[in-house]
Design a protein around this ligand. Structure first.
Ligand SMILES: [Fe+2]
Length: 223
């Protein structure tokens, strides 16, 4: 299973699976992404993998709708979906034993933005405190992004030192931080959302300077 695969690197991912002598059973997304196109549809076409995605997003292209309380099993591995709205209204994190894939809800020393896609800072606060910070302290946190190249944290670390959510920071202080972030409008969102509502189709009309989101690694369009 690949979680949140990205369109430009689908060939790299398939090559790695081949190297490991694995077959791709399904792709699984945490939410409808605004910053890239999912590789779910391309990997289905190329390898026959199923598409799993949160049911509440209501996408027509999904083979396996995902819901909290309904684990997804692949061989001996079981993923437990955790409904964690706030970054988007349909976001899910996935727990695999002592590991937690937090998507864009909880990041290392941060969290996903809450100012588009029906984002809601108070909802994100409750998702993280009630669904994620209630897990055992030694649960390993694997976020979807880290702009400093870090790969893993833990629930204990985020509860202690996350500057937005840790150290007992109360709800109103968190909402104020998120309200005052004043982030730029995401440059690819107008293409990513319709593309990802089709499980990862690059929509027509993507301008040249954004084609790297649709091209393949090594593709000349990537420039
Ligand atoms: Fe996101």
């Amino acid at each position: 299973m690949l979680v949140d695969p990205v369109l430009p690197s689908w060939q790299r991912d398939l090559e790695e699976l081949t190297r490991l002598n694995l077959e791709l059973f399904c792709t699984l997304d945490t939410h409808i992404h605004a910053d890239h196109i999912s590789a779910a549809a391309t990997l289905k076409r190329e390898s026959g993998s199923l598409i799993a995605h949160p049911a509440c997003d209501g996408l027509d292209c999904v083979d396996r709708p995902v819901r909290e309380g309904k684990p997804i099993s692949v061989g001996s591995v079981a993923l437990e979906p955790l409904f964690t709205p706030g970054h988007t209204d349909g976001h899910h994190a996935y727990r695999i034993g002592t590991r937690l894939l937090t998507g864009d809800a909880l990041l290392i020393d941060g969290c996903g933005r809450t100012d588009f896609q029906n984002g809601d800072a108070a909802a994100l606060y409750h998702s993280i405190h009630e669904k994620l910070f209630s897990l055992p302290d030694d649960t390993l946190v694997y976020p979807a992004h880290d702009y400093e190249g870090r790969r893993v944290s833990s629930i204990a670390q985020e509860k202690t030192r996350n500057p937005r959510l840790g150290g007992g920071n109360p709800l109103d202080a968190f909402v104020k931080i998120m309200d005052e972030m004043d982030l730029p409008y995401p440059k690819f969102i107008d293409y990513a959302l319709p593309g990802n509502r089709q499980c990862g189709v690059c929509p027509p009309g993507v301008p040249d300077q954004l084609q790297q989101y649709c091209g393949e690694i090594g593709d000349s369009r990537q420039g």
